[in-house]
Design a binder for this molecule. Structure first.
Ligand SMILES: Nc1ncnc2c1ncn2[C@@H]1O[C@H](COP(=O)(O)OP(=O)(O)OP(=O)(O)O)[C@@H](O)[C@H]1O
Ligand SMILES: [Mg+2]
Length: 498
C-alpha cells in the first residue's frame, strides 16, 4: 500500500475510533457529493468528515425501481472503506426536490434502510450533527412491521394511484383499516346505494365521500355538499329544495336548491345528525319519491341523485333519545362506513407525518428536511383527539415556523408530551373497543362474555401489529407477562378453529 492510501486509511480509522460514521452519498447526481462535503466543512473540521462517495463508486448499481440494498451491501461498503462491517455505515439519498419523492419512493427508502434524504435547498445549511442524527422514520420500531407488510404497502400504493387518476383524491395510510375502508369505498362507488359515513371529527369522512363520488359513474358532474349543521332550519330547507320568486319575504328571485344542483350527480349531506326532525320527514319523502318541490312552487321535479351522508354523532343513540328518525336512518344508512380514530391506527400516523411535512414544505417553499427521532416519537404516542385534521394543522405550523430545517422536540408544543397514549381523555377508547350494536334490532342477542373476548383479542391483535409481531414488546405494551400473552394467543387460535 502506498503512503497516501495508508494515511487515508489511518484517517478513516481515527474517524471510526472517534465514533464517527462513514457516510456514503447515494445520488443520481454526480456533482452533489462534492457540494455536500463543502457544506459540511463549514461546520466541522474537515478531518471529522467521514468518507463521501459518489454513486459511481458504489459496489452495486443504484436503481430505485428494482435494487434492494441489503445488509450485505452495507458490510461490503464498510469493507471497501477499510472498516469493520460492524461499524455504522449510513446511506443517504439526495433528492433534487422533495416533491419528486412519491409514495413509492418513500416506501423504497424504508425498505432499503436509507437513513436520510437530503433536499437540494438544504445543502448550504447542512450541519454535521444534524446531518447524522435526523431520520425520516423511526426505523428500528417499524422495520419489522414494514418487512411483513411490504406487499400490502405495494397494493395500497397501487390503489392510491388509481384513485388519484380518477379524480385527485389521495388517501394516505398503511393500516389494515384504511386499506379496507378504501377498498370498500371503491367497490360501493359503482352502486347507487345510499352510504352513511361515521367517525370522529377529522378522521376523513369527507375525503371518503369524495372518493366514492369520484370513483362512481356520476363523476362527470361535481359532487354537491351541504353542511346541515351550518344552516338554521328554515334556511337549510330552502338551501336543499330551492324556492320560487315571491315564495316568502326576501325571495326576490328563483333559487335553485342543492338537490336540483346535484341532479345526475351526488349530494353529500354532511353533519346529518344536526338536521331537524321535521326536515328529516321532508327528506324522507324526497328520497322515496325521487322528486322535489321548490318552496312556493306548485310543480314537482324529478331528480336523479345519489345520497351520501356523514356524521360524528351516534345516530342510534339519537334514535333512542327521539332526536333522530329511525325510518330516515334506515334510508340513508343502506351501506355504513365507519372510520376509526387515528390513535387506533398508529401506522397511518407515520405516513401522515411524512406526507404533511412534505406537502407543507413544498407548499411553503420551506427548507424543512426531516424530523428528529424524539419529536417523531412524541407525535406517534400522542392521543390525536382531533384526528388527521389536528395532525395536519400541527405539521403545517411546525413547517411554517421552522428555521433550522429539522423539526425537533423543542418545536413541538408542550401538550403533545402530556397527552400520551391511552391518556387522551374520554375519547381514548382501546383499539376496537365498543362494537356498535344495533340495540334497535330486537332480534340481536348479545353474549357479553364473547364480546369481551373479541374486544380483548382485537386489542392484542393491534398490539402485535404495532410491535411488528414481537411478543415481548406487545406484552410490555399491554402490561402482561410474555407467557400470559402467549397463553391468550393460543386460546384465540383454538377458538378460531372451533
Ligand atoms: N388518510 C388521509 N390522507 C390524507 N389526508 C387525510 C386523510 N384523512 C383525512 N385527511 C385530511 O384531514 C382533514 C380532515 O378530513 P375530513 O374533512 O375528510 O374529515 P371529517 O371526518 O369530514 O371531519 P369533520 O367531522 O370535522 O367534518 C382534511 O384536510 C383531509 O384532507
Ligand atoms: Mg367533514
Amino acid at each position: 500500500m502506498n503512503n497516501i492510501s495508508q494515511t487515508k486509511k489511518n484517517e478513516r480509522l481515527s474517524l471510526i475510533e472517534a465514533g464517527r460514521y462513514i457516510v456514503y452519498i447515494v445520488s443520481k447526481r454526480k456533482d452533489i457529493c462534492g457540494l455536500i462535503k463543502e457544506s459540511l466543512k463549514k461546520t466541522v473540521d474537515e478531518k471529522k468528515i467521514a468518507v463521501l462517495k459518489d454513486i459511481k463508486d458504489l459496489p452495486f448499481s443504484f436503481n430505485a425501481d428494482t435494487y434492494i440494498i441489503t445488509e450485505n451491501d452495507r458490510a461490503y461498503i464498510a469493507a471497501a472503506a477499510g472498516i469493520s462491517p460492524k461499524r455504522n455505515v449510513k446511506l443517504f439519498v439526495y433528492a433534487d426536490n422533495l416533491h419528486d419523492l412519491n409514495e413509492q419512493d418513500i416506501i423504497f427508502l424504508i425498505k432499503h434502510n436509507i437513513d436520510r434524504v437530503i433536499h437540494s435547498k438544504n445543502i448550504d445549511k447542512l450541519n454535521y450533527e444534524k446531518f447524522i442524527d435526523a431520520k425520516i422514520f423511526k426505523k428500528k420500531h417499524y422495520n419489522a412491521f414494514l418487512e411483513k407488510s411490504s406487499t400490502m404497502l405495494d397494493d395500497l400504493c397501487h390503489n392510491n394511484d388509481d384513485i388519484l387518476e380518477t379524480g385527485g383524491v389521495k388517501i394516505y395510510g398503511i393500516s389494515q383499516h384504511i386499506k379496507s375502508v378504501t377498498e370498500k369505498a371503491c367497490k360501493i362507488a359503482q352502486s347507487e346505494s345510499s352510504v352513511l359515513i361515521t367517525g370522529e371529527s377529522g378522521t376523513g369522512k369527507e375525503l371518503i365521500a369524495r372518493l366514492i363520488h369520484n370513483k362512481s359513474a356520476r363523476n362527470f358532474n361535481p359532487m354537491v355538499s351541504v353542511n346541515c349543521g351550518a344552516f338554521p332550519e328554515g334556511l337549510l330547507e330552502s338551501e336543499l329544495f330551492g324556492y320560487k320568486k315571491g315564495a316568502f319575504t326576501g325571495a326576490f328571485t328563483d333559487k335553485q336548491g342543492r338537490f336540483d344542483l346535484a341532479d345526475k350527480s351526488t349530494l353529500f349531506l354532511d353533519e346529518i345528525g344536526d338536521m331537524s326532525l321535521s326536515l328529516q320527514v321532508k327528506l324522507l319523502r324526497v328520497i322515496q319519491e325521487r322528486e322535489i318541490e321548490p318552496i312556493g312552487s306548485l310543480k314537482t321535479k324529478k331528480i336523479d341523485v345519489r345520497i351520501l351522508s356523514a356524521t360524528n354523532k351516534n345516530l342510534e343513540e339519537m334514535i333512542l333519545n327521539h332526536t333522530f328518525r329511525e325510518d330516515f336512518y334506515y334510508r340513508i344508512n343502506v351501506i355504513p362506513i365507519n372510520l376509526i380514530p387515528l390513535r387506533e391506527r398508529k401506522t397511518d400516523v407515520i405516513v401522515l407525518i411524512y406526507y404533511f411535512m412534505k406537502k407543507f414544505a413544498d407548499f411553503q417553499n420551506n427548507q424543512v428536511y426531516g424530523i428528529s427521532e424524539d419529536a417523531f416519537n412524541a407525535l406517534l404516542n400522542y392521543g390525536w383527539n382531533g384526528n388527521v385534521r389536528e395532525l395536519e394543522n400541527l405539521m403545517e405550523m411546525l413547517v411554517v415556523l421552522n428555521e433550522s430545517g429539522l423539526i425537533t422536540v423543542k418545536d413541538i408544543p408542550e401538550k403533545y408530551f402530556k397527552e400520551k397514549k391511552g391518556d387522551a381523555g374520554e375519547k381514548a377508547l382501546p383499539p376496537d373497543a365498543g362494537p356498535n350494536f344495533n340495540f334497535l334490532d330486537k332480534s340481536v342477542k348479545i353474549n357479553l362474555k364473547d364480546e369481551m373476548e373479541k374486544t380483548e383479542f382485537g386489542i392484542i391483535r393491534k398490539a402485535m401489529e404495532i410491535s411488528g409481531g414481537i411478543k415481548e414488546k406487545a406484552a410490555k405494551m399491554l402490561g402482561l407477562n410474555r407467557t400470559t400473552l402467549i397463553e391468550k394467543l393460543k386460546r384465540y387460535e383454538k377458538n378460531k378453529k372451533k
